[in-house]
Write a protein that binds this ligand. Structure first.
Ligand code: GSH
Length: 214
């Protein structure tokens, strides 16, 4: 049995849960992080010294952390082409976009934009910083938009691990109260990904428990 520690409002937990569901893997998720606690206990720190979520344990294996590494573990262990090709040349075509999405979208969206817009109380909101962060993020999203002009999904015409690493941020990106530049291919892609039941179940979920928590 696969166990995942992490609250369902965590975007990194969402990516892992979405990936598990796409791979048709059963798991049990235990709430942890923020108001759910757990992450500061010695038992949790022994599994994950960062005190962050997610942590995943597959059967009796050593628990693992860092969502990007967890996604690759799941894909390596349980995935197949085209989701995660076995040929290294094919695989890196997917992996380069997964890595790109983590660094250029997930990290440039989560704390620079989402935390400032949703987690920071309005009395302390810094609109100039939000505008600058959205502008920088939009430059990166425009790269995805261009890639999606000729491809249905981020790494080509098939749904892959790169889409999990990329699109798990898009529900919040399109839902929060910010000015968005028109990126028609990205919008078409988001509609396509939104048809996936696993995405609806694990990513399109309320983030209200995070409001004004900073
Ligand atoms: N680089 C790590 C980041 C982990 C992380 O910062 N997780 C956040 C939630 S998205 C967290 O643990 N926040 C504190 C908490 O929930 O207690 C990963 O990708 O797994």
């Amino acid at each position: 049995m696969i166990k995942v520690w992490g609250r369902k409002s965590s975007s990194n937990v969402q990516a892992v849960m979405w990936c598990l569901a796409e791979l048709d893997l059963d798991c049990s998720r235990l709430d942890a992080g923020l108001t759910y606690g757990v992450v500061d206990t010695p038992e949790y720190r022994a599994m994950n010294p960062n005190g962050r979520v997610p942590t995943l344990q597959d059967g009796g294996n050593t628990p693992i952390w860092e969502s990007g590494a967890i996604l690759r573990y799941l894909a390596n262990t349980y995935g197949q082409a085209p989701f995660w090709p076995s040929d290294p040349v094919e695989r890196v075509r997917v992996d380069q976009w997964a890595e790109w999405a983590k660094i250029n979208v997930a990290l440039e969206f989560t704390s620079p934009v989402f935390w400032r817009v949703v987690r920071t109380p309005s009395s302390r909101r810094d609109q100039a910083a939000i505008d600058a962060a959205v502008s920088y993020l939009t430059g990166n999203l425009a790269i995805a938009d261009e890639q999606l002009r000729t491809n249905l999904f981020l790494a080509g015409n098939d749904f892959t691990l790169a889409d999990v690493q990329f699109a798990h941020c898009l529900y919040r990106y399109f839902d929060i109260n910010i000015e968005r530049r028109s990126l028609p291919n990205l919008e078409r892609y988001y509609s396509l990904v939104s048809e996936r039941v696993a995405f609806q179940r694990h990513v399109q979920v309320s983030y209200e428990e995070l409001r004004d928590t900073l």
